[in-house]
Design a protein around this ligand. Structure first.
Ligand code: HEM
Ligand code: ISQ
Length: 154
């Protein structure tokens, strides 16, 4: 089962839409993570000392954008190469950051669900099963790469 041109286009198009309001969607993304798994709050250094999700936190925005962009990048690679190639150094870095922060495998499903909900919110009626499938597939590949790296590190 490969990744089609159509799927790649859907992922790219939806990111173009969400990109237009980064402050809104990064906050939504994050709020969804905490709604699904309130305990995850303690994992994030920029949240630990605050009572609510900070509204204009540069770190939160930058990280949220990276998650979307990396998933997008993964979709492009899946279509072009049929596999995911994340630079070794990037993967090692992400592996160690997540391991050190206390992230565990089930958290990846939480972030996936939050990402999909954010897409749904941003795309409105343009959101459908095809869009969801394309993002899910790309995310799963990226998540697997990070999880595998986390296991090699401990
Ligand atoms: C940090 C991406 C999954 C929790 C980060 C950073 C990136 C990132 C780019 C910032 C690294 C930096 O520049 O400092 C991703 C991607 C994921 C993923 C692409 C999945 C495909 C998860 C999951 C969790 C999580 C499942 C658990 C809820 C964290 C935490 C940090 C972090 C706690 C450190 C934030 C801080 O305290 O500064 N992630 N992440 N991530 N991520 Fe993820
Ligand atoms: C880091 N890792 C995964 C998801 C995130 C969402 C918002 C901010 C930072 C994140």
């Amino acid at each position: 089962i490969g990744f089609t041109e159509k799927q790649e286009a859907l992922v790219k198009e939806s990111w173009e839409i969400l990109k237009q309001d980064i402050p809104k969607y990064s906050l939504h993304f994050f709020s969804q993570i905490l709604e699904i798994a309130p305990a995850a709050k303690g994992l994030f250094s920029f949240l630990r000392d605050s009572d609510e999700v900070p509204h204009n936190n540069p770190k939160l925005k930058a990280h949220a954008v990276k998650v979307f962009k990396m998933t997008c990048e993964t979709a492009i690679q899946l279509r072009e190469k049929g596999k995911v190639v994340v630079a070794d150094t990037t993967l090692q870095y992400l592996g160690s950051i997540h391991l050190k922060s206390g992230v565990i495998d089930p958290h990846f499903e939480v972030v996936k669900e939050a990402l999909l909900r954010t897409l749904k919110e941003g795309l409105g009626e343009k959101y459908n099963e095809e869009v969801e499938g394309a993002w899910s597939q790309a995310y799963d590949h990226l998540a697997l790469a990070i999880k595998t790296e986390m296991k090699q590190e401990d």
